[in-house]
Write a protein that binds this ligand. Structure first.
Ligand code: C2E
Ligand code: MG
Ligand code: MG
Length: 701
């Protein structure tokens, strides 16, 4: 019924006078109208309620006689109250002066005030005026409260109070909603704390302590996690007050989740590239500006895709975008290694290395970038084989400011593109010269693999007691068209860096097996030693490569001896163990090369499935001097014996070195004293000439 009123118009100056005494109604009307009000009359309660319900206009106040037929004043009052509550409709009761009981009843029925009969009309008019002013104020207040609550609702702001002594928090409906406690208005403080992460709990406790200790106010942001709901971000502000010896914290909680998300979105749009999800140029420049400085080497690399425009032109921009996304995906993991990776512009990605380490490390990164770009990309039904150019500028080596770094990298990138792409260039001419030399070398190496400019040389391994040739070690040489024979130390590291060691190593293995088989057929039974690279050990199917080389050549597995160095073995001991095990299962022999130069720890030797240990040349060199080295060589030989390992000494150049090692019980000898590494044909004639056995008297001592 009350709601009916809301649809009707309340008339501010309209007063309903309800009295069965017509005289009273008329006099009241006269006075009220004289005072400027409009009046409607009802002769009893039932008529009053009917008027109330049916009239389009709703009175702003009612004068109600207490004693009436049909419906008493009390019942009428109740009926009207059901329609409009409290101060929105002041109801003034007219009652006999001595009737205290009915006054009490009238108030309980919802009356606002009363006036005794006989009525002093002048005072009644004042009472009416006063009641109507109160009504106005009440309505104003009610409206403000509604506005405030609406504003709080919109701002997702609620207030509450925590009693630190009782540990009880009471709060407004907005907070109840925020905490998922609709309809409740108090909780224990632990319940609230439990909705916070341990870190936020700690932060809040500290804020409360500080507020109580004297800071007074506090403000901090925290997260709120309700089960089954996304996390909220809350701004909490509070103030500590001591009331009657108890500490009260009153304050507000504001749910700022949407604002924080909006800020995050704005941050993303300002600082990230939506296509690649990588930082954009603005963030890149910001971080560069923040971190550049000091004397340590730092670098900026620009990576540009070669002929990217052609992809856009021929396959359309959507395909171009997919390609950029694919490249971004490959570069993105670099971000983990303390590098800033960004999409700088169009098809140019930028990388900032705040800790570049050394020029060699930058070289290595540039190589990696070129390799990453070369991996074919599947774009729709097209397989794109792309390449990239890289421009590099170094701080403080080449330039001294952030702007110069960017300009330098860009200049170098253009240079790389101008020279055909697929390469990296430095900004300064000096460094660029070195990089170019590497580039030339790399290109030449690529050619060499294709043109098979490699050749294997063989160095004999001799049984120390009988001086028979029992094995050879295959050692690679590069027959460079201009430089002549190039030794392995000049190109193996680069081949490893560029991954070219893989096809090269496979070629060596196959070639060596074929050679050994060929000699076997001619009655020259020598074990074939082949050096491995760490990159080969990392191959997933390395043992299959070995098995295939054996099968294709027809070499018995026990005639093949694979050499790994100490540092290789250690770099990933678990993997080395597993690969060597598989190789041993094929029946192939395994050796530890250059023993003593690396970690010289015997503990891991026991874990590795090895047959032979090769003592490095470094220990042989000074063995005659009766110094440490003689001792060490002897110890290594003894220990190897205990581990059941065969021992070969490398780099024997003199007769005395040979004799010392023979005396210490070394099994085999390899070195210039007997023979340098020689070509296959030379080895064949040597073997035939000496009939497989060196005669010591033929050598000078
Ligand atoms: P390594 O496996 O320890 O090979 C022995 C090296 O010592 C050879 O150098 C050999 O010429 C040299 N040498 C042998 N006896 C003497 C001597 O009495 N005096 C002196 N001063 N040197 C001696 P090389 O051929 O230059 O090979 C160097 C390294 O290159 C090899 O060391 C090996 O680690 C690596 N290497 C050679 N060929 C290959 C290959 O096909 N694949 C791989 N991954 N590495 C290879
Ligand atoms: Mg070797
Ligand atoms: Mg060696």
């Amino acid at each position: 019924m009350l709601h009916k009123e809301s649809k009707k118009q309340v008339s501010a100056g309209l007063i309903l006078v309800v009295d069965d005494d017509e005289f009273v109604r008329q006099v009241a009307t006269l006075h009220l109208e004289y005072a400027g009000y409009r009046v409607v009359q009802a002769a009893d309660g039932a008529e009053a309620i009917r008027l109330f319900d049916e009239s389009e206009e709703v009175p702003s106040m009612v004068l109600l006689d207490m004693v009436m037929p049909v419906l008493s004043g009390c019942e009428t009052c109740k009926g009207l109250r059901q329609r409009v509550k409290g101060l929105r409709l002041p109801i003034l009761i007219l009652t006999g002066s001595d009737d205290e009981e009915s006054v009490e009843l009238a108030f309980r029925a919802g009356a606002t005030d009363f006036v005794s009969k006989p009525v002093n009309w002048a005072i009644l008019v004042q009472r009416v005026r006063y009641a109507l002013r109160n009504r106005e104020l009440y309505l104003e207040l009610e409206q403000k409260e509604q506005q405030l609550s609406h504003a709080q609702h919109l701002a997702k702001l609620g207030y509450g109070r925590m009693n630190l002594t009782t540990g009880i928090i009471d709060f407004s409906p907005e907070i109840a909603e925020m905490l998922g406690l609709d309809g409740e208005s108090t909780i224990k403080s632990e319940v609230f704390f439990n909705l916070l992460s341990p870190r936020d709990q700690e932060k809040m406790r500290q804020a409360l302590d500080e507020a109580v200790a004297g800071a007074g106010q506090y403000i901090f942001q925290h997260r709120l996690k309700l089960s089954g709901e996304p996390e909220k971000v809350i701004l909490q502000q509070g103030e500590a007050q001591q009331v009657d010896g108890e500490w009260l914290i009153s304050g507000t909680l504001q749910d700022i989740t949407e604002r924080v998300h909006a800020e995050e979105m704005i941050y993303f749009h300002t600082y990230y590239d939506p296509l690649s999800d990588l930082p954009n140029r603005a963030l890149f420049e910001k971080q560069l500006g923040e971190q550049l400085g000091g004397d340590e080497l730092q670098a900026v690399l620009f990576v540009g895709l070669d002929r990217f425009k052609a992809v856009n032109d021929s396959l359309g921009h959507a395909s171009g975008d997919l390609l950029l996304k694919e490249i971004a995906k490959r570069l993105s993991p670099l971000q983990k290694e303390a590098m800033v990776v960004a999409r700088f512009a169009g098809d140019v990605f930028s990388i900032y290395l705040p800790k570049a380490g050394s020029v060699e490390e930058v070289d290595e990164l540039a190589q990696t970038l070129l390799t990453l770009a070369r991996i074919p990309s599947q774009i729709g039904e097209h397989t794109l084989e792309m390449s990239a150019s890289v421009g590099i500028a170094l701080y403080p080596l080449e330039v001294a400011s952030a702007e110069r770094l960017l300009l330098g990298a860009d200049t170098a990138l253009n240079l790389a593109k101008k020279h055909g792409g697929g390469q990296y260039r430095y900004f300064s001419s000096e460094l660029d010269g070195l990089a170019q030399e590497r580039l030339l070398m790399e290109q030449a190496l690529r050619e060499a693999v294709k043109l098979e400019q490699f050749e294997l040389y063989y160095q004999p391994q001799i049984d120390a007691r009988s001086q028979e040739i029992v094995g050879v070690e295959a050692l690679i040489r590069w027959n460079h068209p201009e430089r002549g024979v190039v030794a392995p130390f000049k190109f193996i590291p680069l081949a490893e860096e560029t991954g070219m060691i893989i096809p090269m190593g496979e070629w060596v293995l196959n070639r060596a097996c074929q050679q050994a088989r060929c000699w076997l057929d001619k009655g020259i039974k020598v074990r074939m030693g082949v050096n491995l690279s760490v990159k080969q050990l990392q191959l997933e199917n390395f043992e299959a490569v070995v098995a295939s080389a054996l099968e294709v050549s027809g070499l018995p597995p026990e005639q093949l001896d694979l050499e790994v160095t100490e540092s290789m073995a250690i770099s990933d001991l678990k993997n080395t163990i597993s690969v060597l095990k598989k190789v041993r299962e094929l029946g192939v022999l395994t050796s530890m090369d250059d023993f003593g130069t690396g970690y010289s720890s015997l503990s891991y030797l026991q874990q590795l499935p090895l047959c032979t240990l090769k003592i490095d040349r470094a220990f042989i060199k000074d063995i005659d001097d009766e110094g440490n080295h003689a001792e060490i060589a002897k110890t290594i030989i003894d220990l190897s014996r205990n581990l059941g390992l065969h021992v070969i000494a490398e780099g024997i150049e003199t007769r005395s070195q040979f004799e010392q090692l023979l005396m210490h019980g070394c099994d085999e000898i390899q070195g210039f004293y007997f023979s340098k590494p020689i070509k296959a044909a030379e080895f064949e004639s040597l073997y035939e000439k000496i009939e497989g056995r060196f005669l010591l008297r033929d050598f000078e001592s």
